[in-house]
Design a protein around this ligand. Structure first.
Ligand code: NAP
Length: 199
């Protein structure tokens, strides 16, 4: 399959790329490498699809959202979160419908904070839950046997380590990547695939 991955240079995206590259052709898209895209900019998503050509799968492991206490979240914080992580991913699906071949799939990314919020996560929880709702609904309407799923990672070990926290409390990015492989190579649709550390 030809698989377009947005976010190939990230903590999770790197491992997804590694896991899929043996069996599939990967087309990379990021803000600073590969096909240049900022998912917060609708026109750049349209240009990305023109450059990528026909594809069988799209994965998004990218998108920004603000983490701040509720009383410190600004209009700009909400705008960024909605524009980038939420509408960015929604637009990757909307504008990709004509680029993706029959039976192809979209895999988006939410996160554990959708269902298990913490202080500071109001904007992130909002957009993550929105993505999961979008995926459940969009799956009902996709034409031509197209599928759509969302992976909900827990805290990633490498991210915790970079934040100076105990990595054993998270899940390694290579484990999270397996959820994306399951979405791309399996036949599920409309599913939120959890990828968190087993308690
Ligand atoms: N890491 C975690 O613990 C964790 C847990 C739950 C959910 N998640 C979610 O998983 C996704 C990936 O997380 P990550 O930790 O792997 O992120 P990351 O390490 O910061 O990597 C982000 C990747 O996406 C690209 N990117 C960032 N913003 C973009 C944009 N607006 N348009 C296009 N490409 C963009 C980056 O490359 P460029 O800089 O070149 O654009 C990079 O390749 C995010 O949605 C995050 O919220 C992460």
């Amino acid at each position: 399959m030809r698989i377009l991955i947005v976010g190939t240079t990230g903590t999770i995206g790197r491992e997804i790329t590694r896991a899929l590259a043996e069996r599939h052709e990967i087309i990379a898209a990021n803000r600073r490498s590969g096909i240049t895209v900022d998912i917060g900019d609708p026109d750049s998503i349209r240009r990305m699809y023109t450059e990528a050509g026909k594809i069988d799968g799209v994965i998004v492991a990218a998108g920004q959202a603000a983490f701040e206490p509720l009383d410190r979240l600004t209009d700009a914080d909400f705008e960024l979160s909605l524009k980038s992580k939420l509408m960015g991913q929604v637009n990757v699906v909307r504008f990709g419908l004509n680029a993706i071949r029959d039976g192809g799939s979209f895999t988006l990314t939410s996160g554990v904070l959708a269902q298990q919020p913490m202080p500071g996560s109001a904007a992130i929880s909002l957009v993550n839950a929105g993505i999961e709702g979008f995926v459940r609904a969009a799956a009902l309407e996709l034409p031509r046997g197209l599928r759509i799923n969302v992976v909900s990672p827990g805290w990633v070990s490498e991210t915790l380590a970079a934040m100076g926290q105990d990595p054993s409390k998270g899940i390694p990015a290579a484990e999270v990547a397996k959820a994306y492989v399951r979405s791309i190579e399996g036949n599920e649709t409309g599913t939120t695939i959890g990828a968190a550390r087993r308690a």
